[in-house]
Design a binder for this molecule. Structure first.
Ligand code: PEP
Ligand code: MN
Length: 348
């Protein structure tokens, strides 16, 4: 249920409505838009609509028909913008996150970070805990990997996103990263999602390999219901009968999510394609379709990468793609970070 307050509702009236709803046994999430305050009411308890409609300052009470409530546009008509200092995900600028699949060595992480920054990425990606299909594949370096990623992010003026696979890893990731990444395989790890609802940093939830959009939005709902409003969705391809690509990149998920939800959506064409010669095409299409950001695997030496080398771009390829995206973004009223000016005597 959503309680839409009158445009001129006072703080005292809003507080009184919140207090009454809590008394009735439900949780209340407040969203203050440009003109009105909206209260999202969630909980198992059924509340009689008329009871709330009669309260002072209430404009109307709506039922949300979708199973997810706080993630829905009915609850929050305005787009959510996730802000990390000067990086705004969900605003006019298309935010590019890029970097290696996994942290491997100091040199590899630093060279990859320098390259993606030079091309205009704002956020460094890189995993230290890797969910691999085989237990014999490289599993990530753990904390030493996070240290490499953090120091490269700092050195090159980038924010950092890294995957958290388990509740027990949250404090460690919290120490190093700016955004928690929930991988496709963990999209329905409800214990993890609940715990991230109490985190003070944004969480990016990748779509599960066989998840419907509704299930994906319900996963976001777990985090929002825990009190963390900074959730980003990421389309990374789903499993279908098609075998020509690693996954089937669901471009239509972008406009569907934009219609159903206020949350920003990022596209991952690397895992979508599984091959570097198709990443640029999907990335361009995702931006044209309205994605708020991209997450792209870039490695300084992809042919020797310890994970996902075939889908990792060479730095020059990535730079070429960024140039193309700078032409596409303005055509749909968006922008893309300019390449940073080379610093005299510096390596950036
Ligand atoms: C990754 O980002 O490297 C990754 C493992 O992604 P996904 O969870 O989408 O497979
Ligand atoms: Mn990967």
């Amino acid at each position: 249920m959503v309680v839409v307050m009158q445009e001129r509702a006072t703080e005292a009236q809003i507080d009184a409505v919140i207090a009454r709803l809590i008394e009735l046994g439900v949780d209340v999430h407040r969203s203050s838009g440009v003109t009105r305050t909206v209260l999202g009411v969630v909980g198992a308890q059924k509340i009689e609509r008329a009871l709330v409609e009669l309260l002072d300052g209430v404009h109307e009470v709506l039922r949300i028909s979708e199973p997810y409530k706080l993630a829905s546009r009915t609850f929050k008509p305005d787009n959510t913008v996730v802000t990390i200092d000067d990086v705004r995900i969900g605003g006019d600028e298309v935010i590019v996150m890029a970097g290696p699949c996994s942290a491997e060595t100091d040199e590899q992480v630093d060279a990859s970070a320098a390259a993606v920054r030079r091309a205009g990425a704002r956020i460094l990606r890189g995993g230290a805990f890797k969910p691999r299909s085989s237990p014999y594949s490289f599993q990530g370096l753990g904390e030493p990997g996070l240290k490499m990623l953090r120091s490269a992010a700092n050195a090159h003026g980038l924010k950092l996103i890294s995957e958290v696979m388990d509740v027990s890893q949250i404090p460690l990731l919290d120490k190093y990263c700016d955004i928690f990444q929930v991988g496709a395989r963990n999209m329905q790890n409800f214990t993890l999602l609940r715990e991230l609802g109490h985190a003070r940093k944004p969480v990016m939830v990748k779509r599960g390999i066989a998840a419907t959009i509704e299930e994906w939005l319900l996963s976001a709902e777990y985090i929002l219901a825990g009190g963390n409003p900074d959730v980003i969705l990421c389309e990374r391809g789903i499993r279908t009968f098609e075998t020509a690509t690693r996954n089937t990149f669901d471009i239509s998920a972008i406009p569907v999510v934009k219609k159903l939800s206020h949350l920003p959506i990022v596209a991952d064409p690397s895992h979508g394609a599984g091959r570097r010669d198709m990443v640029a095409q999907l990335a361009r299409a995702a931006v044209a379709a309205g994605a708020d950001g991209l997450i792209i695997e870039v490695h300084n030496d992809p042919d020797h990468a310890l994970s996902d080398g075939a889908q990792s771009m060479f730095p020059e390829q990535f730079e070429g793609l960024m140039g193309e995206l700078r032409i596409i973004a303005p055509a749909i009223g968006r922008s893309l970070c300019q390449q940073p000016a080379p610093r005299f005597g510096g390596s950036r």
